[in-house]
Design a protein. Structure first.
Lengths: 170, 109
């Protein structure tokens, strides 16, 4: 089985499960399809020799973020008919807008000139931890440190948002 | 173990351009047609992942590690965004008892 066929099948499955995220009526089913989509995207990363990112994608997205979504969903205890349906004309307008976006983006990117040359040397090691870690702690060390500030800000924000309500109850 | 690079085996970069554009469009359509706030956040995650996929594809295609590090930072931002978004959502649900986004039309000020 050629790699091309594998890539095509994985791509088709990814699009299918991404569509199911939007189509599914029940929110929990939607979350589970999104987890499936993330796993399929991770398999695409492995095909592209980005092994480290594939594992991080599974751990961070499918593991942490999606569990957080699922947890909040169960906390809220939503029923199936909790979400009112959008009017039909809004659906038509949304699909038209999305289709236009898709057409324009593909038309713009399809024949785009790929500036720079494709590396002819063996690029199969760039996705490994050693190489990425070296780049991260030399070239990108400042953004790396700043992202920790972002995390503290997000953490403080989340705690603050959750806590203020408690004081109101008291 | 290191697999052979996929771009040497006949898969073109255009394949991944089309794939990630379709994923992005699905996410955008989802944001427009759904009204549940949680689904909206999930569709945003889907769009972020479409961009990640294209960045990794170009990173491998050109043999540079920068694209993959950008994906790393996008994941950091997405995690922070999901945390704050979900806590806002929980707080809104406590106050208005629904996750319908159209309720925010009634907000004044």
């Amino acid at each position: 089985m050629s790699l091309e066929l594998v890539a095509t099948i994985l791509g088709g499955l990814t699009i299918g499960s991404a569509l199911m995220v939007v189509i599914s009526k029940h929110p929990v089913r939607s979350v589970l399809f999104l987890v499936l989509t993330f796993f399929l995207i991770s398999s695409n990363y492995i095909l592209m020799n980005a092994q480290f990112l594939a594992i991080v994608n599974i751990i961070v997205y499918a593991g942490a973020i999606m569990v957080l979504f699922l947890f909040v969903l169960m906390l809220l205890n939503l029923s199936k008919d909790n979400e009112p349906k959008s009017p039909f004309y809004i659906k038509i307008a949304a699909v038209t807008a999305g289709g236009t976006l898709l057409t324009v983006l593909i038309a713009a990117l399809k024949d785009g000139i790929m500036v720079g040359s494709v590396s002819k040397e063996d690029g199969s090691s760039i996705g490994l931890v050693q190489n990425l870690g070296h780049e991260l702690f030399t070239t990108y060390v400042l953004p790396f440190e700043i992202s920790s500030v972002l995390f503290i800000a997000a953490m403080v924000g989340a705690v603050l948002l959750a806590k203020r309500e408690k004081q109101l109850i008291d | 173990m290191v697999l052979a690079s996929i771009f040497e085996s006949g898969v073109s970069i255009q394949f991944y351009i089309v794939l990630s554009t379709i994923l992005f469009a699905i996410g955008a359509i989802g944001v427009l047609i759904r009204r549940n706030m949680i689904i909206l956040l999930m569709c945003i995650e889907l769009m972020l992942n479409a961009v990640n996929l294209l960045l990794v594809a170009f990173s491998t295609y050109f043999g540079k590690a920068d694209g993959q590090l950008f994906v790393f930072f996008i994941m950091v931002v997405a995690a922070a965004e999901a945390t704050v978004g979900l806590s806002i959502l929980v707080m809104a649900y406590r106050n208005i008892r629904t996750t319908d986004v159209s309720i925010f039309n009634k907000q004044k000020g």
